[in-house]
Structure formats: structure tokens, C-alpha cells
Design a binder for this molecule. Structure first.
Ligand SMILES: COc1ccc(C(=O)Nc2ccccc2)cc1NC(=O)CCSc1ncnc(N)c1Br
Length: 274
């Protein structure tokens, strides 16, 4: 990765604005870097809570990983700093916020096939990059996907799920709708869990709810293990074929990222491009 200037940041370098999101470890504020006037998102994490929840090492590891990931569809982590009580993470500001809220604001909580294909291709692109660096995301869900002003998807790792917001799904540890069978059976999992999540996301964007939604606890786990989904007629044949090619119980049977990106349905949605 290209070397990055080792700037030593402090809170004095920023004008902090309104909160953008509420997290379990602290909040995120829209902010402006004073010298360059650049707008960024400043995530504030409280050291006491990080220590209490024993996630300090996880944050360090994650910052290490994110610091070296640079991709147009991954939320950039520009740097971090801390004071005696808090850790501050300097992030890209995604002006259109969470895909989750965009979906919630649409009629039927779904988007057109053109938009869904755009997001699937961008997410597959981001994951191809992550996997090439040996990074498995493991937490792909609309709450963790942000959108910039040009409707480009930005994969953002929230570390841990945000506190169950009323507009969010009603599960405490963040929705389980996106967990692959091998994860709910607590088996060793690999990058194929991210592929599975692309299939769940595509289903949810075209249907308006996740394939195993409205189930809870053990019933949900049983449904995920059973791996049977019902795709409504309203979904086109091409999209249905892609969803069925991804939602496979056997991890290695799932369509590889390269074939998702070149799938006929995806290609059809980008007619004019080369
Ligand atoms: C690369 O993005 C991250 C990297 C790391 C972590 C993190 O907290 N890790 C972590 C925290 C505790 C323990 C272990 C890991 C979080 C993020 N990202 C975020 O939190 C997203 C902040 S919300 C937001 N951001 C920009 N524009 C908007 N419109 C919004 Br809304």
C-alpha cells in the first residue's frame, strides 16, 4: 500500500458537528478538519467501555487492517488518535448514510433491479479486494453498508453492531438474518460467509425483507440451516437465478465473487458499459 504520511492528529484539528450514528462504544460525529476544511466522520469510542467489553485488541487489529485497505467501495479509515478517556477514529463521511435507512425509506423497502445490481457489483468488488488481502468481513448487512453522494456503496465495518435502535431490527446483537449456516452452526467459516451475505442482501433489496426475516432465535437458526428460501414472482428470473446460485448451504458451492460480477443478470443491468 502506498505509504501514508504519519500525521499525528488531535481533537484540536477538527470542528465537531452533529452526531451521525449511535454506537455501543460511542458515537460518530460529522466533523471538519480545520486546515483542509474536509468533511469527515469522527468516531468517538470510550476507553472504559472498550476495556469493559474487552474489545481494545479487536479495535487495534481492525484499525491496523482498515488502515491498509484502500478501495473506492470501502469506507476509508484515515487515521486515529486518543486522549486519556477516548479513542477517535477518522473516517470517510458517506453523505447518504446507511443503506439500511435508504431501504427503509423506499416504498416496500426495496429498490429497482438496476440499483440492486449496482450495489451487488460494488459490494462484490469491495469483497474481492478484502479477500485478496486475506480479510473476511463477516458482518455484511445493510446497517454496515454506507452510501456516498454519488450513490457509491462503502463497506464500513462497525466493529460491533450498533445499539438496537428502534428503527433497526429488534435483535440485540444486530440482526442474525445475514449469518451463513456454518456460522450459526458455529463451524469454521471462511470468506464464503461474505458471499452468502451478498445473496441475502440481493434478496432483501429486491423483495423488501430478508429471506429468513420474521423468524427469531432457534426457528431462525433452523431456517438458515435448512437453507430453503422462497423468492416471490415479482423478482425477475435472472435475479432469482443469481440469488439461488449464491444461497447454497455448502460454502464452496456458492458462486465465486468473479462469477457474481460477470453474471448475465448483472451484465444485463449495465447494458451500455464496455
Ligand atoms: C472503516 O469504518 C470503520 C472502521 C472501524 C470501526 C469500529 O468502530 N471498529 C471497532 C470498534 C470497537 C471495537 C472493535 C472495532 C467503525 C468503522 N465505521 C463506522 O463506524 C461507520 C461510522 S457511521 C458513518 N460513517 C461515515 N459516514 C456516515 N454517514 C456514517 Br452514519
Amino acid at each position: 500500500p502506498q505509504a501514508r504520511e504519519e500525521t499525528c492528529w488531535s481533537l484540536d484539528d477538527f470542528d465537531v458537528g452533529r452526531p451521525l450514528g449511535k454506537g455501543k462504544f460511542g458515537n460518530v460525529f460529522i466533523s471538519r478538519e480545520k486546515k483542509t476544511k474536509r468533511i469527515i466522520a469522527l468516531k468517538v469510542l470510550f476507553k472504559t467501555q472498550l476495556l469493559q467489553l474487552g474489545v481494545s485488541h479487536q479495535l487495534k487489529r481492525e484499525i491496523e487492517i482498515q488502515y491498509h485497505l484502500r478501495h473506492p467501495n470501502i469506507l476509508t479509515l484515515y487515521g486515529y488518535f486518543h486522549d486519556d478517556k477516548r479513542v477517535f477514529v477518522i473516517l470517510d463521511y458517506a453523505s447518504r448514510g446507511e443503506l439500511f435507512n435508504v431501504l427503509q425509506s423506499q416504498p416496500g423497502h426495496k429498490v429497482s433491479e438496476v440499483i440492486a445490481a449496482r450495489f451487488v457489483r460494488q459490494l462484490a468488488n469491495a469483497l474481492k479486494y478484502c479477500h485478496s488481502k486475506g480479510v473476511i468481513h463477516r458482518d455484511i448487512k445493510p446497517e454496515n453498508l454506507l452510501l456516498d453522494s454519488k450513490l457509491n456503496l462503502k463497506l464500513a465495518d462497525f466493529g460491533w453492531s450498533v445499539v438496537a435502535d428502534h428503527s433497526k431490527r429488534h435483535t440485540l446483537c444486530g440482526t442474525m438474518d445475514y449469518l451463513a449456516p456454518e456460522m450459526v452452526s458455529n463451524q469454521p467459516h471462511d470468506f464464503n460467509v461474505d458471499i452468502w451475505a451478498i445473496g441475502i442482501l440481493l434478496f432483501e433489496m429486491l423483495v423488501g425483507y430478508a429471506p429468513f426475516a420474521n423468524q427469531t432465535g432457534d426457528k431462525l437458526i433452523a431456517r438458515i440451516k435448512e437453507c430453503k428460501i422462497y423468492i416471490p414472482q415479482s423478482v425477475s428470473d435472472g435475479a432469482s437465478r443469481l440469488i439461488n446460485a449464491i444461497i447454497k448451504k455448502e460454502p464452496q458451492e456458492r458462486l465465486p465473487l468473479a462469477e457474481i460480477m460477470t453474471h448475465p443478470w448483472i451484465q444485463d443491468m449495465f447494458p451500455r458499459e464496455e
